[in-house]
Design a protein around this ligand. Structure first.
Ligand SMILES: [Zn+2]
Length: 172
């Protein structure tokens, strides 16, 4: 569902966003404030609950024209799930009285992201986004990641400074 700017006033500009991109909002939640002559003149609300995706280029100060799409509200795809509960909308996806993994609603989440927290799963597309953000971060910092696989135990090394000075510890 598209949320459009419906005010008849001219010279309106966007104020602060009142919801985060990709977050789940309830019915009647405020999405955006708008300003006239630099003063907050009103709020744009959502008529239904869902996940918010703001229109591109919508920044504070941007001129708003009547009919312009402000944001899109879509159904939650349950992209982050922990123990059969959606991390975005908070819905319990498990069948009543069901066991772990028995879901009453479909979820796109199926990739486990943290080695020792297998019950936290995210969708393919979100896993790829997180992975490519990590890669971009490493490339921009000119760092490499070393993965050491010791008898099924994976040790992740990072560019974070070590708590102990390695030169003083002879075993390192
Ligand atoms: Zn959800």
């Amino acid at each position: 569902m598209e949320i459009r700017f419906e005010e008849n006033e001219t010279e309106c500009t966007a104020g602060l966003k009142k919801a985060s991109e990709g977050s789940f909002v309830l019915e009647d939640a405020v999405l955006l404030e708008f300003k006239i002559n630099g003063k907050v003149a009103g709020k744009i609300k959502t008529p239904s609950e869902g996940v918010v995706t703001f229109a591109r280029g919508l920044k504070p100060g941007a001129v708003l024209i009547k009919g312009q799409v402000i944001a899109t509200i879509s159904e939650c795809k349950h992209e982050i799930v922990i123990k059969d509960m959606c991390g975005t909308c908070g819905k319990d996806l498990r069948e009543k009285g069901g066991r772990a993994g028995q879901r009453k609603e479909q979820s796109t989440a199926n990739v486990s992201m943290i080695h020792h927290v297998p019950e936290l799963i995210v969708s393919d597309s979100l896993a790829q986004q997180i992975g490519s953000a990590d890669e971009t971060n490493l490339v921009s910092n000119r760092k490499l990641v070393l993965l050491v696989d010791l008898d099924q135990t994976i040790i992740h090394t990072s560019d974070k400074p070590m708590s102990e000075d390695s030169e003083k510890v002879s075993s390192v």
